[in-house]
Design a protein around this ligand. Sequence first.
Ligand code: GDP
Ligand code: IMO
Ligand code: MG
Length: 450
Amino acid sequence: MPGLVIVGAQWGDEGKGKITDLLADRADAVVRFQGGNNAGHTIVRNGKTWKLHLIPSGILHRGKLCVIGNGVVVDPRVLTDELDELRRRRVDTSALRISANAHLIMPYHLMLDHAGEAKLGKQQIGTTRRGIGPCYADKAARLGIRLQDLLDEKILKQKIIVALEPKRLSLRPYAKDPALDLQTMTEEYLTYGHRLEPYIADTTRIVHERLDAGHLVVFEGAQGALLDIDHGTYPFVTSSNPVAGAACVGAGVGPRDIDEIWGVTKAYGTRVGSGPFPTEVDGAFSDMLRERGGEYGTTTGRPRRVGWLALVALRYAARINSMTALAITKLDVLSGIDRLQVCTRYRGAEGAEFEYFPYHQTVLHHAGGEYLEMRGWSEDLSDCHTESDLPDAAREYLRFVAEFVGVPIALIGVGPGPDQVIWTNASQDTVIGRPAATASAGAPEPLAKP
Ligand code: GDP
Ligand code: IMO
Ligand code: MG
């Protein structure tokens, strides 16, 4: 006690990295529980920008325990590069721990991701091509290779042989690629194993210790509810469950270890990759919003699709996550837009109206938004520090969102910097309003140096 989960409430890139970094200040540990380096979490601190893909967004807090949980898929090349880059920038990474049970992204997963997208042609998902889907597929097929396998050459080689066998046909175009050579691959991955060994641990137990000692543990989600493989816009989704329930599975804790669930949403909508996005806008307005919001993918650099805030989708995301609080980011980006639209229901192809997020793919693909128009504001919000600093119209907008979704807003983002946030009155009813958990809790065993 207590556990707090941070999840994306839309299609990813809501600002989870920034919110996690802010809450990490109060936490004893930050744990990633799903996804892989398809994620790109940005933190802006002291005028410097950090882009994290695998390492939890608590790493900038010196000595903070940061855990890559068993539910994450790890590309060891990306992880070692990320560690090198952090060290180069003088960030202490000694308190990072990686689950021995996390699955590895192998070179053939990247190839299969590319090949799969190429085969789909116009129907492609628009994946990040980081091998995420093929890696989770191998995990489910029980052909996966885990971090612990890196520490034993015989086992590693054997597992690669078994994993490659059923993929022979699909990998034929890559047959001559040196990265596919058994010996080369084994040696490369043994080198990663050597490098990562000090960080590999029984992370489930470490997290239990922190929770049992009464410390605050933040579970950092990647992607967002609408990219969830079960609850999102399938098949245009990622291959994991970004919803809060997955924090339990992907870190090895139980539902009763989770006390709060914070859903992060932008004040408008974005999506990167293909798939339905009923409130999408185009033309000059979308270009303007994209430029103002800097809406380009952190991982792939792709321009993000932009649109109005879809409250039907947000209410759905709140319910499937059992959100206790909302963090609304990028309110500043909406300044200067005369009339704002919020989507309060969807309209299907034959005029049918949907107050709930449509479960059927065909309906969703043809759905458009029904909007309520709200007045905008012209003031620059980037220096607002309290709710009362905000223009009336901005407060009205936020009030409407919180009431429609039925979840209080704890935090409002008015810029990328750590001080560009407003902690609302409602935040006082969350972990923020309570005395720091870590201060009163017993100290857990110190971590050994890796
Ligand atoms: P994540 O994947 O959910 O962590 O989000 P990303 O890092 O991919 O994208 C969010 C972007 O918005 C980053 O560039 C952040 O620095 C930026 N950001 C976060 N909060 C705010 C905010 O309140 N206002 C503005 N203008 N930018 C923000
Ligand atoms: P963060 O954590 C936004 C999208 C891809 C694609 C779909 C499947 O930064 O919010 P995948 O490579 O996972 O198989 O791609 O999911 N996607 C994301 N979009 N933010 C992310 O992560 C994403 N991770 C995956 O664009 O549409
Ligand atoms: Mg991102």
